[in-house]
Design a binder for this molecule. Sequence first.
Ligand SMILES: Cc1cc2nc3c(=O)[nH]c(=O)nc-3n(C[C@H](O)[C@H](O)[C@H](O)COP(=O)(O)OP(=O)(O)OC[C@H]3O[C@@H](n4cnc5c(N)ncnc54)[C@H](O)[C@@H]3O)c2cc1C
Length: 413
Amino acid sequence: MHEFDIVIVGGGLVGGSLACALTATGLRTAVVEAVAAGAPQHPSYDERVIALALGSRRIFEGIGLWSDIAAAAEPILRVHVSERGRPGCAHLDAANEGVSALGYVAPARAIGAAIMAHLASAPTVELLRPARLIGLHPTPARALARPQGMQLEVSVGGRSRLLQTRLVVAADGGDSAVRRRLGLPVIERAYGHDAVISTVTASAPRPGVAFERFTDSGPLALLPMTAGRWSVVWTTRAEATPAVLALDDAAFLARLQERFGQRLGTLTRPGRRSAYPLRLMLARELTRPRLVLIGNAAHTLHPVAGQGFNLGLRDVAELAEALALAQRLGHDPGGPGVLAQYRRQRRGDQHQVALLTDGLARLFVNPWGPVRLGRNLGLLGLDLLPGARHLLARRFMGLGGRLPRLARGLPLV
Ligand SMILES: Cc1cc2nc3c(=O)[nH]c(=O)nc-3n(C[C@H](O)[C@H](O)[C@H](O)COP(=O)(O)OP(=O)(O)OC[C@H]3O[C@@H](n4cnc5c(N)ncnc54)[C@H](O)[C@@H]3O)c2cc1C
């Protein structure tokens, strides 16, 4: 039997970030990750390019990862929002918000490399991979109703191991095996859309400008990357996705250009394409005794406005803060106090961001005339009303509402 304070199931963007944050607390941590080290395809550290909010940069600084990510991160100085086929657009500007950047754009692979380098030299973290979860059971003390810990049976590289822990953190993504195994209920809706991602080069680049363009098939984002490349996130109706993936490069560029327009001149040199089915999923319960859900295991969102990972990183910051405080005070890291703090502090943010992304994703594909007019006026109004623009910018920067300490640039405790 191997004993840990915390076992994180899922060592992707969110679970890996939590493991890094916990190195400062001294808590003995295991990460159970399904995918082997160096595997060519990783479900989290893949071709995606992530728009990181300013608040996420602060969290990464606080847990010692930003210096390794910075070289691969391009700052976002301006966000340009428009609707295809309609006049009017809105802008968010770093200068207006008094910050040097609203956020950054970094490849998921670069974030993954920084996480793994950090964990490789962390004496309190054991990384078990490739590992498969076989069993998960509460371990009750005989006289008490509350479980005193959790026992996990995992197969690591084909060998079975028993892990005993005081808290299990499910960070195993939208199809969380932990969440399913324990029967935690969810609210779920498929959008019937996919996100096709790729990269391109532009003949008239506008450094630091991120574009979000709403079209009748869903939003289309072009995000500035280092080395003059642009990340493309193109929402397609699910039935049209195979045809978009099968287009030859010239036809793909022509379709993309027709959807996006000429704001960046001629688009060339498309990278590899891949598609992700889109859905909304919110767990109805965030915790059970000795168990907590974070990241995509708790909430899977439409990628419009690039919010999902940023939200998951705020889960990380809040949970790490609660655990660091418990550790300092000698409290049980899997006890009801930690779980209650996490639930109390994270529910509102998760619901607000889910509502915002769901609303944007659905509002802009609604073809009904009055809705189209209303949203166009909304875009114009946003550009004219500094108060509304400021609120939206704070949300985009990951600085809206109550924030965990790391997102405010403070140490964990
Ligand atoms: C096209 C697209 C673009 C996006 N762009 C942005 C963006 O710009 N900004 C942003 O903030 N967010 C963005 N997101 C969202 C972001 O990708 C997710 O929020 C993020 O990947 C969630 O990380 P996670 O670690 O919770 O889950 P995942 O990334 O799904 O990772 C889960 C991990 O758990 C492991 N795992 C799974 N099952 C098991 C198991 N049974 N046992 C052990 N390990 C397991 C997996 O191998 C993986 O490592 C985008 C999403 C998409 C689809």
